[in-house]
Write a protein of this length. Structure first.
Length: 193
C-alpha cells in the first residue's frame, strides 16, 4: 500500500491510507469504542472526530450538515478527541490555578510586609476563595461546552469517529470495534486526512 499524498483545494491533504468511519448515537458508546481502539494499539493520531462548529461554519457556511452528508467528505474539519478524564484534569487546573496564583501573590505581599502567619492566612483566604469560585464557574463552562459539542452532533445524526487503518488487519480490527460498540454505517474509504 502506498502512502501517496494528494493536495486538494484550500489546503486539504488527502493521504492514500484507508480510513474506517462509524457513527455513534450516544457519547457512551462512542467513548467506549475510542478507548477500545486505543487499547488494541491505535494511536491517538489515527483517530479523529468532527471539528468544531466554528470550523464547520467557516468551511461550509451556515448550511445544515447531517452526519450522513459529511462522513465521507475529505474537506470536513477534524479534531482530536478530548476524553472526560482530560476535561476533568483541565477543570482541576483551572480551579487550582485560579486559587493558587492570587493566593500566592497575597501570601508573598503579606510576607514581604512582615505580617503574621494568621494575617497571611487570612489574606490568602480572602483573595483565594473568590478566585477559586471563579475557577469553578470557568471549569463548569468548559465541561458544558464539551457536552454541548457532542449533544449537537447526536442531534444531527450521531458522533463521527474516523480511524486511519494501515493494513487489512487493522481495518478489520477497527470495523469490529466500531460495530461492537453500536457504530452505525461503519465502512472504509480508501483515503484519510
Amino acid at each position: 500500500m502506498t502512502n501517496e499524498i494528494d493536495e486538494h483545494d484550500k489546503g486539504t491533504m488527502v493521504i492514500k491510507v484507508p480510513e474506517a468511519v462509524g457513527v455513534f448515537e450516544t457519547f457512551d458508546s462512542f467513548q467506549k469504542a475510542f478507548y477500545d481502539l486505543r487499547m488494541v494499539g491505535f494511536s491517538r493520531f489515527d483517530l479523529s472526530v468532527l471539528g468544531s462548529e466554528n470550523a464547520l461554519k467557516e468551511k461550509f457556511g451556515a448550511a445544515y450538515l447531517s452526519t450522513k452528508d459529511i462522513e465521507d467528505d475529505p474537506h470536513v474539519p477534524r479534531a482530536a478527541f478530548v476524553s472526560e478524564e482530560a476535561i476533568g484534569e483541565l477543570e482541576g487546573m483551572v480551579v487550582g490555578g485560579a486559587f493558587f496564583i492570587p493566593s500566592y501573590i497575597a501570601m508573598a505581599a503579606m510576607a514581604a510586609a512582615g505580617a503574621t502567619a494568621a494575617g497571611t492566612a487570612a489574606a490568602v483566604a480572602i483573595v483565594g476563595l473568590p478566585a477559586a469560585a471563579i475557577g469553578v464557574l470557568l471549569a463548569r463552562r468548559v465541561q458544558q461546552h464539551h457536552k454541548d459539542y457532542y449533544a449537537d452532533q447526536i442531534e444531527k445524526g450521531g458522533i463521527l469517529l474516523w480511524v486511519r487503518v494501515a493494513d487489512e488487519r487493522h481495518e478489520k480490527l477497527a470495523i469490529d470495534i466500531l460495530k461492537g460498540h453500536s457504530g452505525k454505517d461503519v465502512h472504509v474509504h480508501d483515503w484519510s486526512i
